[in-house]
Ligand binder design. Sequence first.
Ligand code: ACO
Ligand code: KIV
Length: 519
Amino acid sequence: MSATATDHVRIFDTTLRDGEQSPGCSMTTPQKLLMASMLADLGVDVIEAGFAAASPDDFHAVSSIAKQVRGSSVAALARCQRNDIERAAAALEHAQAPRIHIFIATSDLHLEHKLRMTRQQVLDSIVEHVTLARSLCADVEFSAEDASRSDLGFLVQALELAIEHGATTLNIPDTVGYAVPAEYGALFAHLKANVRGIERAVLSSHCHDDLGLAVANSLAAIENGARQVECTINGIGERAGNASMEEIVMALRTRPQHFGTQTRIRTQKLYPASRQLIAVTGSVIARNKAIVGENAFAHESGIHQHGMLRNRATYEIMSPEDVGVSRSSLVLGKHSGRAALSDRLKQLGFELDEASLNQAFAAFKTLADRKKEVFDADLESIAMGARGDETGPWRLLSMQIAGEIGHGASPKATVKLSHADGRVVQESAVGDGPVHAMFSAIERVTDFRHELREYQVRSLTEGEDAQGEARVKIHAEGRDYHGRAVSTDVLEASALALIEVVNRIERRRTLIAQTEVAA
Ligand SMILES: CC(=O)SCCNC(=O)CCNC(=O)[C@H](O)C(C)(C)COP(=O)(O)OP(=O)(O)OC[C@H]1O[C@@H](n2cnc3c(N)ncnc32)[C@H](O)[C@@H]1OP(=O)(O)O
Ligand SMILES: CC(C)C(=O)C(=O)O
């Protein structure tokens, strides 16, 4: 495909090369292979697999990725040195779409103090090494390292020579994260207008985050003609990191009119890719990191939660599902209000009247002042305390235990329950003990499969007619439910605690069904 055949923004992912240059982010070859296949699946256009001449291990990683990855180009970085370029070409031998990426600095600072070369020597080196790379690979990218601090006239000269000798992508790195958006954008506009032969190449940005401007600078480059951006998952990279892929991709997607161009990334895979990188490197990200941070779609304050419940667009500019996060969460904490509490309680199967909700809300605020986050189990306890009578649909009419009780015995329980729809159902079951037998019988009556995770009974009062409390933790339909009931008979309390949970789950199912019908 010619450089100008399409106007989409190519994503050049350098997680495995520049990303790996972040201290603490080294990856083994199998880890790199895992990440590379994830990147290909994500839809990145180019995977920079490494710097083949850096070490035998790097060579092996690049060549393994080149052999295995299909669907994305695979690039290897090389200095303007024959050996580097030949090693890159050798490592890329089996790639479906290989790219040699060569670089040399163009700023006077780097020329004088690092390379100890004159401008003319750098120009000669570009000619020699772009020509060599092109003789070994049809796809050659040239990077003018420290471009943003280079003399503009000299930079134009260097880029023109690179195009003339076969480079098809011209990368303009802000190597030390020094540029600001207006300036970096203007640099691209100038190059687009003034570099001879630029229409034969794709202009590319490569931004570092030393001033926290890597993404803003990349977007300014796109606004001014860049059609490749170099970036990394989670923004990892040398020093403060590189531009973060997920932020660039979602900025283009969220503001299509503004940018007028898109990437080909499958955005639903952004969050899984971010999690996989964290798992591989052990390098965590800030909770508030845009797009993929733990808090990116979490809403805590009452006014926001109230707005979200009415219409998500009030406080969300993109949907979490679009980046692979299953749903936004209303985190219940000290800043939450009644709307969010009532919504979460409904999801847990509690329909509270206004007085009970007010009582629950007061208890919730007291707890939230003491705890950073209030969990579902806390809410269940609060709701159970606030609610008056059991609200069905199942009601216990009678229960009987027959047979011996004790080691090796198999007592039989018979329970009779009524349902709000008019049914009266009786079932029996045997079990290892009376509670087991009774829970099995209730399971038969309600036709509801569950797994008992925890069961506790305790005495609340003293004496022969002491009140016994039973608590159950049930795992059903992918989550845990807590139930509690009180009776002078602990077996009855146990049955009521289980029925309490069964009822909540049934009410929750009804609520979901009603919501789906309404939607
Ligand atoms: C901005 C960037 O991210 S650039 C990429 C950074 N990545 C890496 O450095 C990859 C890991 N690097 C390495 O493993 C090693 O540095 C190696 C194997 C590449 C080189 O190691 P050494 O040969 O010991 O050189 P060393 O790292 O000390 O110095 C770099 C040399 O490359 C030269 N050099 C730097 N950039 C270039 C370039 N683009 N083209 C040609 N020569 C270059 C330097 O002038 C220096 O040369 P000198 O030794 O003659 O003074
Ligand atoms: C080699 C180039 C692309 C680079 O990593 C930089 O300039 O930061």
